[in-house]
Ligand binder design. Structure first.
Ligand SMILES: Cc1ncc(COP(=O)(O)O)c(C=O)c1O
Length: 391
């Protein structure tokens, strides 16, 4: 079914004052998300924090079902976290590495993940190997296959990187990981909410994601998917008395679901908001969302590419809804500032957030514009027109 643009825009307060093309940063929350959160916070102030949580227990519990449905998992394979990074860290740091163990990753890997690889490599003697790209700049599954040996302990890649529309072949990587029995941790931060995600079809063992980007949830939310068989075999790097019950003086028992990776205290208003955001996306349909994201991002890319001096920096044959570009004679930060002057929200990607990619392609700081399904064609054209006036 076609997206009812009028309705989704009427439920998105920000579109009245802003052209919001920064969904890879944080999407605009829809009204039901905001209402669920403010309503919940009001109850915290009226009846008390613990009492409000008890009152909303059923809705809070349903958030696990919603997130599980979003990615084709079971609810006991989901842990809710305060961001994607913590979700990813919980999975990564739960793995044990020996000297010489290999971590295979992507060239456009996110800085937060890569610095963790570096730390663990320094501590344990594990080594980081970057999987080569194909001629179009996409992670090359054949090259990955050729790298596999008995020392590969983990494949950990970003599906869509922070700095552009590149879509790495998550499911092809999964097929290789499964065939060789290698743990596979997928950073799906920029993919969830933008396209259908099915952990079974992808074949990942662990997946991390955030709430605030294309899912249009609140800031400070994220989740970890961990396959059931992995949950049982992995001890979280840090535990508290929520993830592990203190059963005897000198003994604890870990929960037997993915929530062993959570801790006791949480922002319940934000969790509720995340659940509503997921339901909202599911009600619209992820196929429909993906189709409209493709339409708008192609329109933006084509319009910008037509302007003399603008260079599109996205890799791959079919990039997602993150459009990265440079404008000759302008620093990325100046383009962002010019856009802000016209109430157009865009962002910039510094080389340090995906350093290997920036070095390999000799990239300057990039302008990043990321439309979402609720944007209109006119909004996309407004950015194209602005950039045109700068040339
Ligand atoms: C590819 C990728 N991974 C991980 C993250 C981190 O997400 P969070 O800020 O929710 O921890 C980001 C955020 O920009 C990202 O783009």
């Amino acid at each position: 079914m076609m997206i009812d643009l009028e309705r989704v825009r009427s439920e998105t307060a920000g579109v009245a004052h802003r052209v919001h093309l920064n969904n890879a940063g944080a999407g605009l929350m829809a009204r039901p998300v905001l209402e669920a959160m403010t309503g919940y916070l009001r109850r915290e102030s009226e009846i008390g924090g613990y009492e409000a949580a008890a009152e909303a227990a059923a809705s809070l519990d349903r958030v696990y079902d919603s997130v599980a449905r979003l990615i084709g998992a079971e609810r006991n394979e989901i842990a809710l976290t305060e961001n994607a990074t913590v979700a990813w860290q919980m999975a990564f740091y739960a793995l044990a590495f020996q000297p010489g163990d290999r971590i295979l990753t992507a060239r456009a890997e996110y800085a937060a993940n890569y610095v963790a690889f570096l730390q663990v490599a320094r501590r344990t003697g594990a080594v980081i190997d970057v999987i080569p790209d194909d001629a179009q700049g996409v992670l090359d599954p054949a090259a990955l296959e050729a790298m596999i040996d008995g020392k590969v302990r983990l494949i950990a890649v970003s599906w869509i990187p922070t700095n552009g529309g590149l879509v790495n072949p998550a499911a092809e990587i999964g097929a290789i990981a499964r065939r060789h029995g290698i743990p596979y941790l997928l950073d799906a931060c920029q993919a969830v909410g933008q396209m259908p995600v099915d952990v079974e079809a992808i074949g990942c063992d662990m997946l991390s994601a955030t709430g605030r980007k294309f899912l249009r949830g609140p800031r400070g939310t994220g989740f970890l998917y961990m396959k059931r068989s992995f949950v049982r075999s992995l001890e979280p790097p840090m535990i508290d008395h929520f993830g592990a019950v203190w059963v005897e003086k000198d003994r604890y028992e870990l929960r037997d679901d993915a929530r062993r990776f959570e801790s006791w205290e949480n922002n319940y208003a934000a969790r509720l908001g995340l659940g509503i955001a997921v339901d909202y996306a599911l009600a619209i349909g992820l196929e429909e969302i993906a189709a409209r994201c493709a339409l708008l991002s192609h329109r933006l890319r084509d319009g910008l590419a037509d302007i003399d001096g603008v260079e599109i920096r996205d890799l791959g044959p079919d990039p997602a809804s993150i459009v990265s570009f440079t404008v000759a004679g302008w620093e990325a930060a100046e383009v962002k500032k010019k856009a802000a002057g016209k109430h157009i929200n865009i962002s910039i990607s510094q080389g340090s957030s995906t350093l290997l990619d920036a070095l390999a392609r000799n990239l300057p700081t990039l302008v990043r514009a990321s439309p979402h399904y609720y944007n209109s064609e006119q909004e996309v054209d407004a950015l194209i027109e602005l950039v045109r006036t700068m040339r």
